[in-house]
Design a protein around this ligand. Structure first.
Ligand SMILES: C[S@@+](CC[C@H](N)C(=O)[O-])C[C@H]1O[C@@H](n2cnc3c(N)ncnc32)[C@H](O)[C@@H]1O
Length: 257
């Protein structure tokens, strides 16, 4: 199954499943607090894989010129409805990053919550993003890494093959048959240099798991206060549900030579 079909199916339940439950809200708040100083004052922002407009309130706060694209028709429709509700004058297009074509360049490109895990060809997508950025621009990449401690422990206890595949093979498939990859920092470092990072959900389950069982709800209540401290100090390789990277473009090869 391709990304467009898969996310078209997800669109209706996406906000409820990922954005409205306590862990989803917590992670998004962490990302916004971390990003604010990096994005404040940047005029022209591109939100790649905007989903149902999950971050539109945040962009309104930043008072920027927003362009948002998504490969899924249904996600784009929801994003347009949300922009209308918020009375935002954003340009919103149904397009994959690979085909997206504009004349302007962006001060910041944001790929929030797993967009880069879902693209078909990561180097192609990163090269395209790089070409859309100003020299002083920043890329925000919030990606799912190969290591998530709670997933690893529960997966090993249950002897789940996917757990080993996540850690070493890095490939995965959703229940519906959509293929995606887990991303290490070295995958991003070919065209970009990492300026900062923040790990998210190091000790916690993924937001959709939280809603699933009483066990994860109790676990989250116990570990949430520690998470606030831990997530700020751990190295990127320790992973989590997501890792948020701030990246700056490396100079083009011709310029380096
Ligand atoms: C996990 S959702 C994240 C949505 C949103 N960024 C958020 O923070 O909630 C990933 C989104 O990326 C979109 N997507 C996947 N591949 C894409 C591509 N090649 N170009 C643009 N959008 C893509 C999907 O349709 C989906 O809406």
């Amino acid at each position: 199954m391709d990304a467009q079909t898969s996310f078209d199916r997800y669109a209706i339940s996406y906000e409820e499943k990922f954005n409205r439950n306590p862990l989803g809200r917590f992670q998004r708040r962490q990302v916004r607090d971390f990003l604010f100083p990096w994005l404040q004052g940047r005029e022209n922002i591109l939100d790649v894989g905007c989903g149902p407009g999950s971050d539109f309130e945040f962009y309104r706060l930043l008072d920027c010129r927003l362009t948002a694209i998504d490969i899924s028709e249904q996600m784009t429709r929801l994003a347009k409805e949300k922009a209308l509700r918020l009375r935002m004058a954003a340009r919103i297009e149904n397009s994959g990053i690979e085909e997206f074509s504009v004349d302007e360049k962006y001060d910041a490109v944001v790929c929030n919550f797993g967009v880069l895990n879902a693209v078909e060809n990561l180097p192609v997508a990163l090269a395209k993003i790089r070409s859309l950025m100003t020299e002083n621009g920043v890329l925000v990449a919030v990606v799912m890494p190969p290591l998530q401690i709670t997933e690893l422990i529960t997966g090993l206890l249950r002897m789940r093959r996917e757990t080993v595949r996540r850690l070493f093979g890095r490939k995965a498939q959703t229940g519906e048959g959509f293929n995606f990859r887990y991303i290490r920092k070295t995958d991003l470092e070919k065209k970009f240099k990492i300026s900062a990072h923040r790990n998210l959900g190091v000790l916690l389950p993924a937001p959709d798991r939280f809603a699933a069982t009483a066990f994860w709800k109790s676990w989250s209540r116990v570990f949430l206060p520690f998470e606030k401290i831990i997530s700020r100090i751990v190295p990127a390789w320790l992973g989590g549900d997501h890792v948020c990277y701030i990246l700056k473009p490396e100079p083009d090869e011709e310029v380096q030579a």
